[in-house]
Design a protein around this ligand. Structure first.
Ligand code: ZN
Length: 685
């Protein structure tokens, strides 16, 4: 099974064709964990979990396995905690073929070239098999060093149950590893012998868990025997992996996850964005696999294989070629040869990821496909689409077909079109005068301010269910929450005239004073909020935490579904905390889209970039930002100046609000600006 395969160029149905490999930011261990298999050190409690394992073909799985990683100057640390009702293992000799038992496996391609990688397998008896491969098995003559050793490896298992006893039901087992950098980097094609990689660098990794279907068997030494087919062969094992390859075959390093080594402690939340060249890279591999299949059936590579735009075939012969392409967003030049060697140059420029907010319920479905093509042509990368789950499901395919990514636009704590909360008056946010947002006539500013209470558990469960529902939409890349906040305690100055208000802090606009929130506050601080809220820092802090808790809950759920979690936020965390109780520096977001709209604040256009810099400082650059441009304030002839100013902040992306105000002139201006960026950066090099 492990050495034969067919049709690598086609993916299995379970893996979404638009899905990119997962990314993980690996934090530093403040103190190295003790390798005893338990993982009970504080460093492990602080470490983030990887996205959950899935079946190797992309489907969800029944058994839970939680994996965390840490690093320091000496080692890469891995902790895997697995549910397992039947603990069994038979292999006690080092370098046995461990996957014949249930096992846990680690694959590391240190420099990401798709060659020269390491495999480590371990079973519940703490027996290991470490090996080194020059090529994946599907190449002509891979050298597989079965007796290769990983010097200095520390490994331990902890069993929660009894091994090899079919008479009881077990809880599970965990594996803890300390893999010395000297044993990893020694074999990368760019040697970094005996030295940790630099902070900020990345590697390609995958994890796999192998399980067999068994029945209790008192004649077997381990208490179980494998279920077999009619010929007496064991039924195929299950392979649960971090980064699905789309095939029952893990040796596709191009599909493994990307692990970024952060200079920061694991206790600090930090996010990273997928590399822009990832999609093109997978396209090169798709062509490579198809060409190798062509040679297997026809005897030689095809010199006229159809190539997508931007991909070139170099030096083609009957048995050799090089594929090359340049990433339009970074200038990274990629090459992949027919022997499977991948190289990527350093980026020569960075174009921002361009987002566009789209009102999904108002789009013209007749022209949607051509609209998406126009967006993609102009250089827009990602659409953030509002609407019902059904509307999103019907709009997403044309967008992804045009090469766009799609985020669902979820209104979180303000839910004017949601009838369910109306049945629960106690779900609503309440102000300092005890007035609830339940009844339309009592809502602040506008009737659609149907704000829910962030402290209410039922509200949280209701929002979680919305995330779970959106996550079922095929082809989706992320979920962007909006209105993750309370009503405006202070309106931006530019809007005072609109609502006829002179907004000094007033109890009528200060939420959430509901019974649930006051009770939770009392439980934490042993007292009621002070009558003068301006003097009660703890009461403010409590509410800031409350909003952040709701966001973080939804973000975790979003990532559990292998989607990116983004949030539309007020311009800077400190401003947002004061105005709408949204200190988004506490949000564990993959991406934040600050609505840095100067006209709302009676400020000049230069304010947008200035407040973006402030937000970067307040979040210590831990969260990638895509500040927004409010298109009614940016006519097409002024768009270049706005794009220049925001891009100069070094922000990851730029978001346009919204499709309703976006003109053909805007699209032309955007396309021209992106081309200018590319050309000036390429020539100034
Ligand atoms: Zn409340």
């Amino acid at each position: 099974m492990r050495t034969t395969l067919i049709a690598l160029s086609c993916l299995a149905a379970g893996l979404n064709a638009t899905e990119m490999p997962p990314t993980y930011v690996c934090g530093r261990a403040d103190t190295p964990p003790i390798i005893d298999g338990r993982g009970d050190e504080p460093a492990w409690q602080q470490a983030r979990e990887l996205s959950p394992l899935r079946d190797i073909e992309g489907d969800t799985i029944p058994h839970r396995c939680r994996i965390k990683m840490l690093w320091d100057d000496n080692c890469l640390y891995v902790l895997a905690d697995m549910d397992e009702p039947h603990l069994w293992a038979t292999l006690k000799e080092h370098d046995s073929v461990i996957y014949r038992d249930p096992d846990f496996e680690v694959f590391i391609d240190p420099d990401g070239d798709g060659l020269n990688y390491i495999e480590l397998e371990i079973n519940a008896l703490n027996t290991t098999w470490d090996l080194f491969l020059t090529h994946p098995y599907h190449f002509d003559s891979p050298i597989v060093l079965h007796d290769w050793e990983m010097p200095g490896l520390k490994h331990a298992v902890n069993l929660r149950g009894t091994l090899n006893d079919a008479g009881d039901t077990d809880d599970g087992w965990s594996v803890e590893l300390a893999i010395p950098w000297s044993s990893i980097c020694d074999h990368a094609s760019q040697p970094r012998r005996n030295r940790a990689p630099e902070a900020g660098s990345s590697m390609r990794l995958n994890f796999s868990r192998v399980n067999w279907q068994v029945r209790p068997d008192s004649d077997s030494p381990c208490g179980y025997s494998k279920l077999t087919d009619a010929e007496g062969n064991p039924l195929p094992e299950s392979n649960h992996v971090w980064a699905p390859t789309g095939k029952v075959y893990i040796h596709l390093p191009e599909r493994w996850g990307r692990v970024v080594l952060s200079p920061r402690s694991a206790s600090v939340w930090e996010a990273t964005v997928p590399e822009p060249q990832e999609k093109t890279k997978l396209e090169l591999y798709r062509i490579l696999h198809a060409q190798r299949e062509h040679r297997a059936s026809q005897g030689s590579f095809s010199r006229s294989y159809p190539l997508p735009d931007g991909v070139q075939l170099l030096f083609p012969t009957d048995d050799y070629f090089i594929l090359t392409a340049t990433c339009p967003r970074s200038g990274v030049r990629m090459t992949l040869d027919s022997e499977g060697r991948y190289t990527a140059s350093a980026p020569t420029y960075h174009l921002p990821e361009i987002f566009l907010w789209v009102h999904g319920d108002a789009v013209n479905e007749q022209t949607w496909e051509s609209t998406c093509q126009r967006y993609a042509q102009a250089g827009i990368n990602t659409l953030i689409i509002s609407g019902s789950t059904a509307q999103l499901a019907s709009l997403t395919p044309a967008a992804t077909k045009a090469g766009l990514e799609v985020f669902a636009w979820l209104w979180a704590l303000n839910r004017p079109q949601d009838s369910e909360p109306m049945k629960h008056p106690d779900w609503f946010a309440v102000n300092a005068l005890s007035t609830s947002c339940h009844r339309p006539e009592n809502r602040p500013f506008v009737e659609y301010y149907q704000f829910l209470c962030p402290g209410n558990d039922e509200v949280r469960r209701h929002l979680l269910a919305r995330v779970q529902e959106l996550a079922t939409i095929p082809g989706l890349s992320g979920i962007q929450t909006d209105y993750m906040r309370l009503p405006d305690a202070r309106l931006p100055r530019g809007l005072w005239g609109k609502y006829g208000l002179d907004m000094s802090p007033a109890p009528a606009f200060d939420y959430c004073y509901c019974a649930t929130c006051q009770e939770l506050f009392r439980a934490r601080y042993g007292r009621a909020p002070l009558p003068a809220p301006a003097e009660d820092k703890e009461w403010l802090d409590f509410r800031l935490d409350c909003i952040a808790d709701v966001y973080n809950l939804l973000a975790e759920e979003t990532r559990r579904h292998h989607l990116r979690s983004a949030c539309a936020v007020f311009p800077s965390p400190s401003l947002a905390a004061e105005m709408v109780r949204q200190d988004w520096s506490r949000f564990r977001a993959d991406l934040a889209l600050p609505m840095a709209y100067h006209s709302f604040y009676d400020e000049p256009p230069a304010w947008d970039a200035a407040i973006t810099r402030k937000a970067q400082k307040e979040t210590a650059h831990r969260i990638p930002l895509a500040p927004g441009i409010h298109l009614p304030d940016a006519p097409a002839d002024q768009l270049h100046a706005q794009l220049d100013a925001l891009h100069e902040t070094g922000a990851h992306g730029i978001a346009l609000f919204s499709d309703e105000e976006l003109t053909q002139e805007h699209l032309q201006a955007l396309q021209q600006w992106l081309n200018n960026q590319k050309n000036s950066k390429s020539t100034s090099k």
